[in-house]
Design a protein around this ligand. Sequence first.
Ligand SMILES: Nc1ncnc2c1ncn2[C@@H]1O[C@H](COP(=O)(O)OP(=O)(O)OP(=O)(O)O)[C@@H](O)[C@H]1O
Ligand SMILES: [Mg+2]
Length: 271
Amino acid sequence: MITADETILTSARENRPTMLSVHNLQMRFGGLSAVDGINFHVKEKEIFAIIGPNGAGKTTVFNCISGFYKPSKGEIVYGGNDIAGQPSHKLARKGIVRTFQNVRLFRNMTVVENLLVAQHAQLNTNLLSGLFNTSRYRVSEQAALSRATFWLNKVRLRDVANREAGNLSYGQQRRLEIARCMITHPKLLLLDEPAAGLNPQETVALDVLIRDLRETCGVTILLIEHDMRLVMEISDCILVMEYGQPIAEGTPEEVKNNPRVIQAYLGAADE
Ligand SMILES: Nc1ncnc2c1ncn2[C@@H]1O[C@H](COP(=O)(O)OP(=O)(O)OP(=O)(O)O)[C@@H](O)[C@H]1O
Ligand SMILES: [Mg+2]
């Protein structure tokens, strides 16, 4: 049952500008339909979650949106253009960045080096000015370092700034991955299971961090997550997938009480 409060929430959502629209997305691998007819709209500055059982097609949707896969069919509209099939580096420059289900960092580089490398493509310099160590190069390097320091503080990694990324705890690596994305000033941040492998305290800290990113940086967040408590607490809207298809969409309250969802996912998680 939809309450009066939820009706107000739903219409408030409708009135907000759209950041990303996915229309009839399909992704086939040979005979397998990993994603089959997915539609959704993400509003500016919202936290939109995609949930569903293992193998439902969630990461495949992310791979399509972030340019790692070219969809078999469908449109992905961002900034007024269909971006389906554009390469990930081009989409990163347009403000779409992501983390990975299995953390991907430069494991042999230090934490701060990971944050400096992430900014490399954006630094307003070229190789020659670097070689000749021009003042313009030094200024932009200094700016990159102060941005790195800002993010080290924000994700609480200042104390381990000079440690190799591969030696960090799992929770620290996940926070570094988020900082590495955020340091490029994205508009749309895709987080693939950011709470996986975190202990309860780290998950609470992640909850606070994700909300803070939205509030202070104005970033829109698309989230895949199996931790139901986190998802239900921070999401504005949730899409539920099963076998590549949508089975429900709505507010946490609507999704939580949907019998099909309980049967497909939440029921299975409680067993
Ligand atoms: N590159 C690929 N080649 C072939 N099949 C793939 C490929 N990527 C994904 N799949 C298949 O597509 C289906 C959806 O996979 P996907 O990783 O998107 O699921 P998921 O919802 O993210 O699952 P999980 O919760 O376990 O991460 C699975 O059956 C998977 O084996
Ligand atoms: Mg996945």
